[in-house]
Design a binder for this molecule. Sequence first.
Ligand code: SF4
Length: 66
Amino acid sequence: MGWRVVVDEALCQGHEVCEAEAPGVFEVGKDHKVRILSETPGDAERTAVAQAVKYCPTHALKIVDD
Ligand code: SF4
């Protein structure tokens, strides 16, 4: 079973918490919008991504289990 990261771009306000938690998966540009570097990260990234989901101040991120 795989999993992926989904971002609601309308909610993202560029707080960069996600990038701090999982820099291999999230990058926040000068436009203050997050870019997902890998929509289907490996399981080694799951804990860091879960932290990013948890601490994103605008709840713009979620993990979807496929
Ligand atoms: S932490 Fe949330 S609001 Fe901040 S850049 Fe990441 S997705 Fe956007």
